[in-house]
Design a protein around this ligand. Structure first.
Ligand code: NAD
Length: 476
């Protein structure tokens, strides 16, 4: 299906267009497809918060896109650009994302229309607690109902406020800690959640670039090592993506924040932690020693590189700049960074797009692990770590005795190390991202009318949600 011409599509219209394009290659009835596509519940609210001597009327949303599985799940963002269309688009993406990585939730999203930088921590706390109370009043939050998480402009601190507010209203609910994920570890969070989306972006991209045939089509060698990378947005997702790509041998040639971008003229690549330290000290990534400044931050999207990682906000690559993109691969760490119009241009340029709906699912995957931890009331690894350590130790002793050759201290430590929570979380995330990529690539390669990974990812998601509805017996 061709993109709608004339007026630029809204974010939600773009997502619906991706859905329609993928739905056309599936076998499901129009009624079922309409149900999958529609946002089930949209809660728009306005509430007063006293800031200084004045009252601010705050606009906020929670959208539950799909109840085919419950609870619903999706982040909460704080941004002055929040609007109903955006929250609906993001909630829809969550349904498809959860389906792709086999996380048993329906999609949801929340948003508060504020610029968090303009408020003090106390004021943000007031707003967050009031928003949570509004959700409680309408039964829009709860471990079995709808479970928020961090998104743009929010993090562990906000999730802890949400938890505390929810607990105040449900003190006898033993599962109440599962009402929100992305909490600090001390507040029943899980190790590895903060880095999870960025780590998932790494695992997913590594999987895509490991295919010899696909890389040959782009004129690239398989593997992450040596690939030149540009990252836009150095918040939670962008920073951890950059850090983990760097750890695995990628070369960070360009970095961007809202105040501007920096380009590495040496070819050696930036050290992300040194850049972050410079920013913490000076308030900007600009003027980093040895770097070339780019005052217009959006120009970072036009830097020549192998992998471009937009990790800030949606719709940053549009029909106005898509022609100037020189990357060979775009790894969508942010939600919706490419408009539907831009995507047509990029695909014609033979740029591989690893879509958000798959690539940034690491966050919700580890949120799922956190929710499971909260419901089971036990840390992963607590019950069996010592047991595995001692069993591996015994096994190594037998091998040493039979072979007559002792293991080195380092070898023994490696073999007998029992898995702790962080090891289990990372291993579950890696496994999830690898397994989820395979069917997406298969649909892309097998189906002649599917020309890109986004369409195949949506087709995989539609298939899974449709199967859930069919098994419920709602649609004959
Ligand atoms: P964040 O608020 O932690 O970071 C976003 C960063 O982008 C900030 O540092 C901000 O200053 C920067 N930024 C804003 N405008 C910019 C611009 N024009 N150019 C360059 N940088 C700019 O948010 P986040 O949680 O990292 O989310 C980023 C994106 O990833 C969003 O699209 C979000 O929906 C998506 N996402 C987040 C998660 C998660 O777990 N946090 C999960 C999935 C998807």
């Amino acid at each position: 299906m061709a993109a709608k011409k004339n007026a630029a599509m809204s974010f939600n219209q773009s997502v619906e267009q991706y859905f329609d394009k993928a739905a056309a290659v599936t076998k499901y009835s129009k009624g079922l497809l309409d149900q999958i596509k529609a946002c089930n519940s949209v809660y728009q609210m306005r509430f007063p918060v006293k800031i200084g001597n004045n009252f601010h009327v705050v606009e906020a949303y929670r959208v539950q896109h799909s109840h085919h599985k419950t609870p619903c799940k999706g982040g909460i963002r704080y941004s002055e650009h929040v609007n109903q269309d955006e929250v609906m688009a993001l909630a829809s993406l969550m349904t498809y994302k959860c389906a792709i990585v086999d996380v048993p939730f329906g999609g949801a999203k929340g948003g508060i229309k504020i610029n968090p930088r303009k408020y003090t921590s106390n004021q943000l706390q007031k707003i967050t607690r009031r928003y949570t109370t509004e959700l409680i009043k309408k039964n829009f939050i709860g471990p079995a109902i709808d479970v928020p998480a961090p998104d743009y402009g929010t993090g562990g601190r906000e999730m802890a406020w949400i938890l505390d507010t929810y607990l105040t209203f449900s003190p006898s609910n033993i599962d109440a800690y599962g009402c929100v994920t992305g909490k600090p570890v001390t507040q029943s969070g899980i190790r590895g959640r903060v880095e999870a989306t960025g780590r998932g972006v790494f695992y997913g991209t590594r999987e895509a670039v490991s295919n010899k045939q696909d890389m040959k089509a782009l004129g690239l060698e398989p593997g992450i090592e040596g690939k030149t990378v540009v990252v836009q947005g150095l918040g939670n997702v962008g920073y951890h993506s950059a850090r983990i790509f760097q750890e695995h041998g990628a070369v960070l040639v360009g970095l961007a924040e809202y105040e501007g971008a920096i380009l590495d003229p040496t070819g050696k690549g930036f050290d992300i932690d040194k850049v972050m330290k410079h920013r913490a000290k000076t308030g900007s990534i600009l003027d980093y020693p040895g770097a070339t400044n780019i005052e217009d931050s959006a120009k970072c999207l036009e830097i020549k590189c192998d992998i471009l990682i937009p990790a800030a906000l949606e719709r940053v690559i549009h029909d106005g700049n898509a022609k100037k993109v020189k990357a060979k691969i775009i790894a969508e760490a942010a939600n919706g960074p490419i408009t539907a119009e831009a995507e047509e241009i990029l695909l014609k340029k033979n740029i591989m797009i690893i879509p958000d709906v798959y690539l940034n699912a690491g966050g919700v995957t580890v949120s799922y692990f956190e929710w499971l931890k909260n419901l089971s009331h036990v840390r992963f690894g607590r019950m069996d770590r010592r047991y595995h350590q001692s069993a591996s130790n015994d096994m190594l002793n037998v091998i040493e005795r039979l072979s007559g050759s002792p293991a080195t201290k380092g070898e023994r430590e490696k073999v007998v190390k029992g898995a702790d929570e962080i090891d289990i979380v990372r291993s579950g995330l890696e496994d999830t991202m690898i397994n989820a990529y395979r069917p997406i690539r298969e649909v892309w390669k097998r189906n002649k009318s599917v020309h890109d990974l986004r369409t195949s990812a949506f087709a995989v998601a539609i298939d899974k949600v449709a199967t859930a509805y069919l098994e419920l017996g709602i649609f004959p």
